[in-house]
Design a protein around this ligand. Structure first.
Ligand code: MGP
Length: 258
């Protein structure tokens, strides 16, 4: 039996722990996440191969075309001395899988605080064949960074797609990042920047850009990229530190059709 077939069989045999689901029809899905279930193939193109999600992770998972595009951008803009990627809010694995699949990183480290969500991410990485490329950590990312990555300043890039306090962010025309829950911009960014100055944040498309200024060196431009699907921004990334974002060519992110 080939290794690939063996993994496929393992995936089919595994049953999700309580709180993880592989919903197969809209009827099974709680009403408040049905919209996300309808977009499941944009979230994970291999959804039908057995993707697991917790109900909460549907709100925050990065859709695959966007995760791939961010991974492609980061692969291009990070200096070659950077060989370690740390994804500090792994969630159900959207970004982590894309980083691992990019093949750009010698090491991909993924941290997730919730054990059930972490089980989903690991399983989903298996579906995409990259589970064993990733080093997984269960726990608080700030603690884990302190315990494992104090000497990573020269070699690591930190990527953070934090919780934004739920889908309610959409009611604000301009999103005040000082009120973001459970971590506001300051709580989040300062500890990450003690690991390395190369930090990428994935934040609401309506984020108040003026609030980033104090976190970068005086006079340095701070690149912000909107990531779009079907002509509309889904979210933006802010690229802190010495990442050569000006070398990227303009392009669009298109949702796959099915
Ligand atoms: P959305 O807020 O549901 O807006 O998600 P959408 O789909 O544009 O809905 P519309 O009705 O306004 O058209 C937009 C994107 O934001 C999602 O694809 C997620 O990647 C991201 N996202 C949403 N939330 C609530 C979070 C969050 O809490 N954390 C993170 N990291 N990403 C989120």
């Amino acid at each position: 039996m080939t290794r690939k077939r063996k993994i496929e069989e393992q995936i089919e045999e595994e049953s999700p722990p309580e709180g993880c689901h592989h919903y197969q029809s809209r009827q099974e899905v709680p009403w408040d996440i049905q919209k996300y279930f309808d977009q499941r193939y944009s979230v994970f193109s291999r959804y039908d191969e057995g993707i697991w999600m917790t109900d909460d992770s549907w709100f925050g998972v990065t859709p695959e075309p966007i995760a791939d595009k961010i991974a492609e951008h980061l692969a291009q803009v990070a200096p070659t001395t950077k060989t370690i990627l740390i994804d500090v809010f792994g969630g159900a694995g959207g970004n982590s899988i894309a980083f691992a699949r990019s093949g750009r990183w010698k090491e991909v480290h993924v941290i997730e605080r919730d054990a059930i969500t972490l089980a989903c991410a690991r399983h989903n990485a298996k579906v995409y064949g990259v589970d064993d490329v990733i080093t997984w950590y269960h726990g608080d990312c700030f603690e884990i960074l302190k315990d494992h990555f104090t000497k990573a300043a020269e070699t690591a890039v930190v990527f953070a797609s934090p919780p934004w306090g739920g889908p309610g962010y959409r009611t604000d025309q301009v999103f005040d990042l000082s009120l973001m829950q459970p971590y506001n911009l300051m709580d989040l960014l300062l500890p990450l920047q003690t690991v390395t100055k190369e930090v990428v944040l994935y934040l609401p498309r309506t984020s108040d850009l003026r609030q980033f200024v104090r976190f970068e060196r005086k006079g340095k431009k701070l690149p912000v990229i909107h990531y779009c699907m079907e002509g509309a921004s889904k979210a933006l990334c802010v690229y802190f530190g010495d990442l050569c974002v000006n070398t990227l060519e303009e392009d669009a992110v298109n949702a796959p059709t099915r």
